[in-house]
Design a binder for this molecule. Sequence first.
Ligand SMILES: [Zn+2]
Ligand SMILES: [Zn+2]
Length: 672
Amino acid sequence: MRQKILSLTLIFAIAFCALAQQKRADESMPGTERLRAHVSYLASDKLDGRRTGSAGANMAAEYVAREFARYGLRRSVGRDLPGMSIVEADSPRRYMQEFPFVAGVELGKNNSMLFTSRSEAAATAPGETPPTHSSARAASLDLRVGEDWMPLGFSSNKNLAATPVAFISYGIKADELKYNDYAGAQVKNNIAVALAGTPDGDNPHGQFARYADVRWKAIAAREQGAAALVVITREENFKDDPLSRLSFDNSAGEAGLPVVVISRQVAQRLLESEGLAPLSELEKAASTARSAASTTTADTTAGKASGENRKNIAASLQNVTLSIKTDIARRNTPAYNVVGILEGSDPVLKKEAIVIGAHYDHLGRGGSGSLATREGDIHHGADDNASGVAGMLELARIFSAERAKTKRTLVFIAFSGEEEGLLGSNYYVNHPIVPLGQTVAMINMDMIGRMKENKLMIGGVGTARQWRDWIQAENIKAETSRTPEGFKAARSIDQFTLSLNEDGYGPSDHSSFYAKQIPVLFFFTGTHDDYHKPTDTAEKVNYDDERRILFFIAGLLRSIDAAAPRRPTYTTAKSESQGRSMGFRVYLGTIPNYGGSSDGLKLDGVREDSPAAKAGMKANDRIVRMAGREVRNVYDYTYALGEMKAGQEYEVEVVRGSETLKLKITPAARRQ
Ligand SMILES: [Zn+2]
Ligand SMILES: [Zn+2]
């Protein structure tokens, strides 16, 4: 009996061992079903598109935090304190790094706009609401916010008492097109009134296309000393006009002056009250002025006519004033990066870290960044970037399950605010959990779920000397074949068709790290028809190929670890020139920080041998003036850039620490 029991125990023991081994093998590898489960949850309707700052995004953050807890990753926020309850100490929130975020803007209580005319005509002005007579010869009209007018999301809050107005056609000043709507207009300290759009209409390829944005018009108005900018909408029905809807862009800050839109009906009433031609004729005249501007001889009849026309309008508007009070309330909502730490096994090298990141935020129900034809549908973001988050989680799981831990510490991060302009990663590099000097590399995964034809794109290959070799080595897979003598390696084949890109900058979170001179790698399987649309859904993700990519990345991480204590050697990568899509003709070599600011444009870096480097500009400098223009944010900067010419010297004013420096910069011609 005893013997029998013993052998039974043995059998059980053997069976258990085999089972355990099977289980361990399973745990040490990325799993297709696990990836599918992560993506299916993150991209589900319940999470509502995970727009930064939303409840759905916070649920995604919580999900990642709970997974981190299951893998036993160390919490990154706060410390265990004596007397702390287990609930507090183990809270998933302790994986969450909070950063400030403006989730939106809304109207405050103090918005008002009053139109006053002292002319004869005003007293008998037609309109649905008869003007109230405040004196024998003055008429005033109280405009209703939301119905007749609306402040824009980036407008400054101000209270302007009755201020004269100046009509400025489209409010465009384009030096290189020799076009200036401000010529001869009395704008200083007055309220500039402009038409929406450009003399080219809506033509996206027209020569004025890049001046159409109200942002540019606001900058031009501010540069000219206007007290405020009022734009007349184009849609007949005010509420149909996109400008009448409040929206806010986190990466750009505020305009520096009140900027509002008024309905066409209000504009019409204003013109009628002064006995002027209807709005449609004014618009026709404004676009005629354009043909005058673009012909070589300025002395054309059209030019003269438009000049005359403008003088007439200016004279007629003499009696008009506007009082404007703007009150925009910014809705500050915290957003979160989720950071989990797997401590390294080497007593010295564990002070160094490798960051493995993927953003979890997406586009919510559309709006800014969406390529959908309409707003309101859930943008599931399965490939972008539930796929990357699932990959990051699987790497966290397998590395924490491994008995032989990596020598260096691994920092796993799910970033937020990526779609709004790399806000989360930008915050992290300025508030790192492991000091950046000890961060030896950053691996980013953004859209790794839709591999086609075995093609894997890797960016940042030029950011460390060893990257190319390690990537090539990892890509060669020994194919085994069975022979009568047993298994043997038959030949080596490439696992993936690699498409390598040198640049460390790109449209995702690795950019924030490369800007701090950290070697980066960016994994990406390419774009597709569902990109940034509601149709980017979980069932379209190719989980088998994603799993193979994760094997590859895990292998690379082991290569980095095997080379320790040697670090990947940082190198400056060859770069695609930035801003090309905006059609600038000059190149400075600055690397702007796209995090929001209103007190100048902060630089993350300066490219080697670039005009900016030659001018003596450095990382962390804040540009406050350039080429004679005030620079408060990235829009101002881009505006100034658009007016600069290659080969000409300009003054640029930067704030470095407590000093303000005046430097000279000579832009280079952009290679087209
Ligand atoms: Zn993405
Ligand atoms: Zn995206």
